[in-house]
Design a protein around this ligand. Structure first.
Ligand SMILES: [Zn+2]
Length: 219
């Protein structure tokens, strides 16, 4: 009887909260994105992601696909998303109306030579806003590319020496502002690889589940 009363009360509380709030609480999803790889740090990053059962999208550079083909295969075999980040990784990518498309196609060709498939997920260096012109965006989109930026930047790639505690503070503040969907910008570098366990733990403690961003992701 006591047990019945407990369940009846619990049900009443849930019903009451649904009526008051209009719906059950919204699920919080965090998308981990890792730019500029692969590098020698990639295996370490993948191990830590797996330990947290976290998906991730890696936005990779053309020359690094060619330098570290085994790490690209590792991303592929472990089920991570491989996105494109271009060739020049400087202002050159924005030089002409067709240059972003050309760089992504060139990066895709390198991926195709390695894996026998292409990727339609891209992140342009420094973010698409305001870097991409309307015409450049139009050409990328018309070619079928999905362009993804971020809404949480823990600033893990500023300067030669990164303050790991500052990155965690930035992440915490960023998540507080992000709402239920967080797209987190990280970089394939040693300081982030060394800090990743704490980064992912913080995301979990903030109540997020991990999602994997891919060409089917719509915000
Ligand atoms: Zn980058």
């Amino acid at each position: 009887m006591r047990r019945f009363l407990f369940f009846a009360m619990a049900a009443a509380i849930i019903l009451f909260s649904v009526i008051v709030n209009g719906a059950a609480p919204q699920k919080k999803v965090a998308f981990i994105t890792i730019d500029d790889g692969p590098t020698l740090n990639t295996p370490n990053i993948i191990e830590t992601l797996k330990a947290h059962k976290a998906g991730a999208a890696f936005f990779v550079l053309k020359d690094r696909i060619e330098t570290y083909p085994d790490y690209i295969r590792m991303m592929e075999n472990e089920g991570f998303t491989i996105g494109l980040h271009g060739v020049s990784h400087n202002g050159d990518i924005y030089a002409t109306p067709t240059s972003p498309l050309n760089e992504m196609n060139e990066t895709n060709d390198a991926l195709y030579r390695l894996l026998g498939r292409r990727s339609m997920v891209v992140r342009t260096p420094f973010g698409s806003k305001p870097s991409l012109t309307d015409r450049q965006r139009e050409l990328l989109t018309a070619a079928g590319y999905c362009i993804f930026d971020w809404n949480v930047d823990p600033r893990d790639s500023i300067g030669a020496v990164v303050d790991k505690e500052a990155v965690l503070r930035n992440l915490k503040e960023g998540l507080e502002d992000a709402g239920p969907t967080a797209v987190i910008l990280l970089h394939d570098r040693k300081s982030t690889a060394d800090n990743l366990d704490r980064i992912l733990t913080l995301v979990e403690e903030a109540g997020y589940e991990f999602g994997t961003l891919d060409e089917n992701t719509v915000f």
